[in-house]
Each structure stands twice: as structure tokens, then as C-alpha cells.
Write a protein that binds this ligand. Structure first.
Ligand code: NAD
Length: 245
């Protein structure tokens, strides 16, 4: 869930999982996105493609009924969705209004809970792996990240509670805290270019990550070799998170 174009982290993950032998399916936010991504996702020969605006309960219900027509179970769910209205994102947190606060948390965090709940019945016999994407702005104040910092903090906590709720069914829930990558969503964050420069100059590994780095680590989190790993927030950021100011 979360392909908007070829730069989307969800696309790199979907393409990687597909090339590793997984049968994949995609959901997209709306028709505008569908037109953009159709030729791209066709490359993976998806089992199905379905519209799902995660701010709408009926879309989430419809997604899982469509899914049920194709699969009686699935093993992997990728949640690569975040949203904050552009004006709200640009403002200091202290300026946020109730509506923007609520919609950011609804789309970026509640959606994970709702789709995890729906996934439970498809995953609970054989277990499964749910992966979402976070950013270090959840843990430290990062200039320009504003409301998304609060949203990602809630997302990281949600990962832990869901991991505990779903663990007895052998459903694992993890987040990857990715370093900056140029995508549609990250372009809306002020100073994204400065963040990329900073990572390249100062991260312990002195290089930016790629979407493929995230995809490969997601592959690990979805595979047998990570079978005892759940509830974690795993940094894929060239080590940037260990640095102080
Ligand atoms: P992106 O713009 O390609 O993906 C964001 C996706 O969210 C889009 O596909 C968009 O359609 C979807 N979305 C937004 N509102 C939605 C709604 N109501 N219903 C359904 N889908 C909706 O950008 P991305 O960078 O690939 O973002 C994917 C995830 O990775 C996000 O959670 C983002 O916060 C996270 N992340 C990105 C970076 C980065 O630097 N790019 C770093 C760390 C974490």
C-alpha cells in the first residue's frame, strides 16, 4: 500500500518482493494515482490492484473483500502511507489545528491499525509480517518535520502495541526508520535537500540510502530469517540516527 510513482518506497519494496518470488498486489489512493502507476505495477504482474483511500472505512472494507476474491491468505503487508496537509506540515507544531492534526494521525497511523485488524484473519493460520515506514523525526526534533514527527512517534508506538496484540498469531509487526530519500512525500518536507546533504556529509557511512536499501531490508523483515523479530523500529539510514546535534 502506498505506490504513488516510481520513486515511492512502496514501489521499490513491491518490485523487490516480486523479483524475489512473491506474488504481489497493490492498492492505490485514488484514480489520479492509478493512471500514473498502472504501467509501472504491471511490470510485477500483480494478482490484483484495488483502490483504497485509507481515510475511508468503506474503502478499507472493499479492499479486503477484493483481496478475498483472489487469496485465502497472504503473508506480507506493506504499509507505506503518510499524509499531512502541506500547509500544516510547513507550520511549527504549535500552530497546528485540530482538523489537520486529526487527519494526519488518521491517515498515517490509524490506517495501520485498521489494515492490521483486517489482515489478522488472512494471516493468523500461518503467521505473517507487517512492515511500515517511519523516520527519526519520531524520536528527535528535526527541523521542518513538525506534525509528522508526532505522527511517526505515534506510528512507532502503534507498531509495538500491534506486535504484542498480534504476536500470539505469529503475525510480526515492524517499522523501518529510513534515512531521507527523494520521493513525492519527502519533497513536501521543507529542507529535504539539506537533509540529504547532511546525511551524505555526516552519516557514519557518508552516503545516502536508496529506496532499494529499504526494499532489501523489508525483504529480510518479511522472510524466515527474521522469524523472532517483532515490534522493532529498525534504522536503515547509514547510521545517521546515532549522531548528536
Ligand atoms: P510517496 O509519496 O511515494 O508515498 C506516500 C504514499 O501515501 C502515496 O502513495 C500516497 O498515495 C499515499 N497516501 C497518502 N494519503 C493516502 C490515503 N488517504 N489513502 C491511501 N494512500 C494515501 O512517498 P514515500 O517517501 O515513498 O513515503 C512512503 C512512506 O515512507 C511514508 O510513510 C513516509 O513517511 C515514509 N518515509 C519516507 C522517507 C523519505 O525520505 N522518503 C523517509 C522515512 C520514512
Amino acid at each position: 500500500m502506498g505506490v504513488a510513482n516510481s520513486r515511492s518506497l512502496a514501489w521499490s519494496i513491491g518490485e523487490y518482493l516480486s523479483s524475489s518470488g512473491a506474488e504481489v498486489a497493490f492498492s492505490y489512493q485514488n484514480d489520479k494515482v492509478r493512471h500514473r502507476i498502472e504501467p509501472l505495477i504491471a511490470l510485477t504482474n500483480p494478482a490484483f490492484v484495488a483502490c483504497c483511500d485509507v481515510s475511508r472505512d468503506d474503502d478499507i472494507e472493499k479492499l479486503f473483500s477484493t483481496l478475498e476474491n483472489h487469496w485465502d491468505h497472504f503473508d506480507i503487508l506493506i504499509h507505506a502511507i503518510a499524509f499531512a496537509n502541506g500547509d500544516a506540515l510547513a507550520k511549527p507544531l504549535v500552530e497546528i489545528n485540530r482538523r489537520d492534526f486529526t487527519s494526519s494521525l488518521d491517515i498515517s497511523v490509524y490506517s495501520l491499525i485498521a489494515i492490521a485488524k483486517h489482515s489478522e484473519r488472512f494471516m493468523k493460520n500461518d503467521g505473517g509480517s507487517i512492515v511500515t515506514l517511519s523516520y527519526h523525526g519520531a524520536q528527535k526534533v528535526i527541523p521542518g518535520y513538525n506534525i509528522m514527527g508526532v505522527v511517526k512517534a505515534a506510528l512507532e508506538s502503534t507498531v509495538k502495541y500491534l506486535a504484542n496484540d498480534l504476536g500470539p498469531h505469529h503475525i510480526r509487526v515492524n517499522a523501518i526508520s529510513a534515512g531521507p530519500v527523494k520521493t513525492l512525500a519527502s519533497s513536501a518536507i521543507s529542507m529535504i535537500n539539506e537533509k540529504l546533504d547532511l546525511a551524505e556529509k555526516h552519516a557514519p557511512l557518508r552516503e545516502n540510502i536508496t529506496a532499494n536499501d529499504v526494499a532489501e531490508f523489508t525483504g529480510f523483515l518479511c522472510g524466515e530469517n527474521s522469524r523472532r523479530i517483532t515490534g522493532g523500529i529498525h534504522y536503515v539510514d547509514s547510521g545517521l540516527n546515532i549522531l548528536g546535534a
